[in-house]
Design a binder for this molecule. Structure first.
Ligand SMILES: *Cc1c(COP(=O)(O)O)cnc(C)c1O
Length: 405
C-alpha cells in the first residue's frame, strides 16, 4: 500500500460491504455442499442425528453439559423463560440497549421486562443499578453480551444468588466470548444463541440453541421445543414448535470448525482498526470499543461512539462513499412504541439513549482486507473533514522541512 497516495480515496475504489458472507462461503464451499448433500441423501430434515451431533459439538465448545437446538435465538430466549416457569405477573430484568428479541421474548411469556440502563464503556447492563430494580416479582435477570463482549457477570451472579433467581444469558452475539476464561453459555442457568446468518456462527437461515448444565431443565427444554410432547403424543405442559433443521445443523457443524479462526481474525481486524484510527488522528473524534481485561471480545460488531453529535452525518457520508456502516441500535427498547404500556419515558435510561444517538458499527467480518479497512477509516476521516493522509506518511513529508530548518 502506498504511503503517499491514500488508496481508498479514488472514486474507482470498489465499495466495502458491511458484511461479506460470499467471501466466507468461498473458503468453505465444498464442505458445506457435502454436508447439504448428506442431509438430502438422508431425507431427514428436522432434528435427528445431524442436530444431536451439532448439539454435542456446541456443548463441547462452550463446555456446557447440555445443548438444545431450536428454531432461532429469539426462541432460545423464549424457551429458557418458559422452562424456568416465568410468565404472567413476573418481571425480568434486562438491558434496553439490545436487539428487540431480548425484551420481545420476555413479553411473549406474559412477563414484564424491567429495564436497567447500560454502562457507557461496554454498552452492557450497569450492574450497579440492578439491585434497585429488583422487586418480589423479579424472576430472572437476562444480561445481554452485546456486540460480542460478555456483561460483567460476577456482580450479576451475586445479586441473582442473593435473591434466589436465575440468570439467562442472551449470548446471541457472543458465541466464543469469554469471561474470566469461561465461555458465554456457561455463565448463567441457560445461555441463548442465535445462528442468524450475520452472527459469528451463522447458518443458512434461522437457527438457535440453548446451553445449560442443568440436566432436568434440558429435558424440559427438549420437550417444550416439540409442543411439550413427553413422547407418544402425551402432553403434560404446553410447548410450541421450535425445532432446529438438520440442514442448519449440518452447515453449522462445518462452520463451527472455523469459528475460532474467524473470531481471532475479527479480533486482529479490531486491533488493526485501533492502529489506523490512531494513525489517522481520529481518537478525539470517536471512542473505540473498550475491551475489558477479564474478557475475550469476539467482535460480532466493532462499534464506535461518534462525538459531537456527528453520527448521522458520518453514517450518511460513509454510505455515499460506498462504505458499509450500520447503527445498532438507534432506538432503545424502553422508547419503542410497542412498549409504551410499560410506562417508560425519554430521559429515563440516559446512557442507552445516548448510545442510540452516538453509536456506529463498522465492517469487521473475518475476511475484510487491510486495504478495505483503510478505506473504511479514510471514509471516517474524510466524512469528519479530517486529513485522509495517515501520520506515518505525514512524518515522511515533514522530514525535508526539518532538515532545512
Ligand atoms: C440476534 C439476536 C437475537 C435473536 O436471534 P434470532 O436468531 O434472530 O431470533 C436475540 N438477542 C440478540 C442480542 C441478538 O443479537
Amino acid at each position: 500500500m502506498s504511503n503517499v497516495l491514500p488508496s481508498g480515496t479514488s472514486p474507482a475504489s470498489p465499495p466495502v460491504p458491511f458484511i461479506d458472507l460470499k467471501a466466507q462461503y468461498e473458503t468453505i464451499r465444498e464442505d458445506v455442499q457435502e454436508a447439504v448433500q448428506r442431509v438430502f441423501e438422508s431425507q431427514a430434515f428436522v432434528l435427528g442425528d445431524e442436530v444431536s451431533e451439532f448439539e454435542c459439538d456446541i456443548a463441547e465448545y462452550c463446555d456446557s453439559r447440555e445443548a438444545i437446538g431450536c428454531a432461532s435465538g429469539s426462541d432460545a430466549l423464549l424457551l429458557s423463560l418458559m422452562g424456568l416457569e416465568i410468565g404472567e405477573g413476573d418481571e425480568v430484568i434486562t438491558s434496553p440497549f439490545t436487539f428487540f428479541a431480548t425484551a420481545g421474548a420476555i413479553c411473549r411469556t406474559g412477563a414484564k421486562p424491567v429495564f436497567v440502563d447500560i454502562r457507557p464503556d461496554t454498552y452492557n447492563i450497569d450492574t450497579t443499578q440492578i439491585e434497585a430494580a429488583i422487586t418480589e416479582k423479579t424472576k430472572a435477570i437476562m444480561p445481554v453480551h452485546l456486540f460480542g463482549q460478555c456483561a460483567d457477570m460476577d456482580p450479576i451472579w451475586r445479586i441473582a444468588t442473593h435473591h434466589g433467581i436465575p440468570v439467562i444469558e442472551d449470548a446471541c452475539q457472543a458465541i466464543g466470548a469469554t469471561y474470566n476464561g469461561r465461555r458465554a453459555g456457561v455463565l448463567g442457568r441457560t445461555g441463548c444463541f442465535s445462528f442468524f446468518p450475520t452472527k459469528n456462527l451463522g447458518g443458512a437461515g434461522d437457527g438457535g440453541l440453548i446451553t445449560t448444565d442443568d440436566a432436568e431443565l434440558a429435558g424440559r427444554l427438549r420437550r417444550l421445543r416439540v409442543h411439550g410432547d413427553l413422547g407418544g403424543y402425551s402432553h403434560q405442559e404446553m410447548g410450541f414448535n421450535s425445532r432446529l433443521d438438520a440442514l442448519q445443523a449440518a452447515v453449522l457443524r462445518v462452520k463451527l470448525a472455523y469459528l475460532e479462526d474467524w473470531s481471532e481474525a475479527r479480533r486482529a481486524n479490531a486491533d488493526l482498526y485501533r492502529e489506523m484510527f490512531e494513525d489517522y488522528d481520529l481518537l478525539d473524534a470517536v471512542t473505540l470499543p473498550v475491551e475489558m481485561p477479564d474478557r475475550r471480545h469476539i467482535y460480532n460488531q466493532f462499534t464506535l461512539r461518534v462525538h459531537d453529535g456527528r453520527r448521522d452525518e458520518l453514517l450518511q457520508s460513509m454510505r455515499q462513499a460506498g462504505v458499509g456502516a450500520m447503527v445498532y441500535y438507534p432506538t432503545p427498547l424502553h422508547l419503542q412504541k410497542c412498549f409504551q404500556g410499560l410506562g417508560y419515558s425519554a430521559g429515563e435510561m440516559p446512557e442507552s439513549e445516548r448510545a442510540g444517538a452516538e453509536v456506529l458499527s463498522l465492517p469487521i467480518f473475518a475476511e475484510i482486507t487491510e486495504a478495505q479497512q483503510e478505506q473504511v477509516v479514510q471514509g471516517v476521516a474524510s466524512a469528519l473533514g479530517r486529513s485522509i493522509i495517515p501520520k506515518r506518511s505525514i512524518v515522511s513529508f515533514e522530514m525535508p522541512a526539518k532538515k532545512a530548518a
